[in-house]
Write a protein that binds this ligand. Structure first.
Ligand code: KIV
Ligand code: ZN
Length: 528
């Protein structure tokens, strides 16, 4: 990427889909990654790191599809400094209008000695070769000396100078283990700016982890020393305690423009919708008191504060909720709202749905409006998300179920499923609670031996007749898969979410021509 003409413009490099996605509980499927990538492009990020193409066929495919389908930002793919990684990244990025290969190699003494078993000279050679190879395949090459914050300063400066000579256009300084503190991190950036020949030709970038809760503070300190790219993630998701939170960096720069004098290209009104979208997709709620996008971020409880606010907003509010896209009123639509109003609301909430998906959302919306007086943004998001994640061509479809539960009585569930060949299958089971019984009954029919590793239920909005959202994560053959479903009935939401993951596994089994485990349905009824 050429250096921005405005020296005060900060490049926002979003790594939600790479560093964020690789953390536990944050994995996304291809459709979800595409949806997030489109939302990030709408948000105005400059670079989307779409994945690590050599890591798995799924990662390769997501980088390739995002490169093909998402216009606007630079699309980056990560690679270690070895030929196979770099070639795979280049291949995944082939159709990107603006590709970037991001190569990395650890430089700290700890990593050289225990992980790489390489001498400093070997590290320099490998880094230079990696950057050269990447440059032969892509004009835009970023280099990261992994664990830079714990690397000897002189050696770090040497590596950086050599990769610049080799053609790196962006130099990223990762605090991989979240060890830095602001003054220390700022000093590293200052040292490099003072001692590395050619550094003025590159964009200097920062990448901080939040192990000590300092990722945002460290990134800001580096910007004050002249770094002009920040690597960050939505909601700060990422390895361990996470990465620098995009929304916090952007709003710090905007709110304290008087102090930093720096700008970004982010449309801040989309920060909250994008944060919600990620949270819905991954099933990870944002902590209530999270800065900028948490539920309490703009809630004032203390009487003195409320009184002050009523007199003059700026007494206790440094940002306006509407500046980050928090809706002024959440109540949006009702029974009599038409298709057009619904479509507009879905778009405003940041969803890209096909006409077919919109039609299905409208149908579901009408059904919901019959049962529930007031429909909130959260309900509409849930219906839109449902469409995005419901796979087409499911092997099993839920026809109906009953479950009984009560104090002192045994819980049981009976379920009917339709197979894609048209047959209806029914079975029943007892279990520890209605969900357990239902899952057991589904297992008896489908014969798909999955293990539930996580299960969460929450209400989508705050009213008593709120939609319930169930998120289920399962493990099958060492691979995890997660699905989410909503319904006014949480047992039904759970059944639908469970069936969604079972369908994915069943389709994979079919694809791999694996023989399904023995399946002994008790009753098979031909479809009418
Ligand atoms: O934290 C880190 O060092 C990384 C690099 C790959 C940039 O994520
Ligand atoms: Zn990282």
């Amino acid at each position: 990427m050429p250096l921005p003409s405005d020296p005060n413009r900060v490049i926002i490099f979003d790594t939600t889909l790479r560093d964020g996605e690789q953390s536990p509980g944050c994995s996304m499927n291809l459709g979800e990654k595409l949806e997030m990538a489109r939302a990030l492009a709408d948000l105005g990020v400059d670079v989307i790191e779409a994945g690590f193409p050599i890591a798995s066929p799924g990662d390769f495919e997501s980088v390739r599809e995002i490169a093909r389908q998402v216009q606007g930002p630079i699309i980056a793919g990560l690679a270690r400094c070895n030929p196979a990684d770099i070639d795979r990244a280049a291949e995944a990025l082939r159709e990107a209008a603006r590709p970037r290969i991001h190569v990395f190699l650890a430089t700290s003494a700890i990593h050289r000695e225990f992980k790489l078993r390489m001498t400093p000279e070997e590290v320099v050679k490998r880094a230079v070769e990696g950057v050269q190879r990447a440059r032969e395949r892509c004009e835009d090459v970023e280099f990261s000396p992994e664990d830079a914050a714990r690397t000897e300063l002189d050696f770090l400066a040497e590596v950086v100078e050599r990769v610049i000579e080799a053609g790196a256009t962006t130099l990223n300084i990762p605090d991989t283990v979240g060890y830095a503190v602001p003054q220390h991190y700022a000093a590293i950036i200052r040292h490099l700016k003072q001692h590395v020949r050619g550094i003025e030709r590159c964009v200097l970038s920062v990448h901080c982890h939040n192990d000590l809760g300092l990722a945002v503070a460290n990134s800001l300190a580096a910007l004050l020393e002249g770094a002009r790219q920040v690597e960050c993630t939505i909601n700060g998701i990422g390895e361990r305690a996470g990465n620098t939170a995009l929304e916090e960096i952007v709003m710090a720069l905007r709110t304290r423009h008087d102090f930093f004098g720096l700008t970004t290209g982010i449309n801040t009104k989309l920060l909250y919708p994008v944060s919600r979208k990620l949270s819905l997709i991954t099933g990870n709620p944002v902590q209530r008191n999270k800065a900028i996008v948490g539920q309490n971020a703009f809630a004032h409880e203390a009487g003195i504060h409320q009184d002050g606010l009523l007199k003059e907003r700026s007494t206790y509010e440094i940002m306006k909720p509407e500046d980050v896209g928090i809706p002024r009123t959440e109540l949006v639509l009702g029974k009599h709202s038409g298709r057009h109003a619904l479509k507009q609301r879905v778009i405003d909430l940041g969803y890209h749905l096909t006409d077919e998906q919109l039609n299905r959302v409208f149908e579901e919306f009408k059904k919901l409006a019959d049962k529930k007086k007031e429909i909130y943004d959260g309900d509409i998001e849930a219906l839109a998300e449902n469409q995005l994640q419901t796979a087409t061509g499911n092997i099993w479809t839920l026809i109906g179920f009953t479950s009984t539960a009560g104090t002192g009585s045994q819980t049981s569930a009976a379920v009917s499923l339709k197979h894609q060949d048209g047959t209806i299958h029914r079975d029943a089971a007892v279990g520890n609670g209605p969900i357990d019984a239902l899952i057991k009954a589904i297992n008896r029919i489908t014969g798909v031996p999955v293990r539930v590793v996580d299960y969460r239920v929450r209400s989508v909005t705050q009213d008593m007749d709120a939609l319930g959202e169930a998120t289920i994560e399962i493990e099958f053959n060492g691979k995890r898969s997660r699905a989410r479903a909503v319904s006014l009935d949480i047992v039904e939401a759970s059944a639908l979410a469970y069936l969604e993951v079972v369908n994915r596994v069943a389709s994979r089994q079919l694809r791999d021509r694996l023989k399904p485990t023995d399946n002994v349905p008790t009753e098979v009824v031909p479809a009418s």
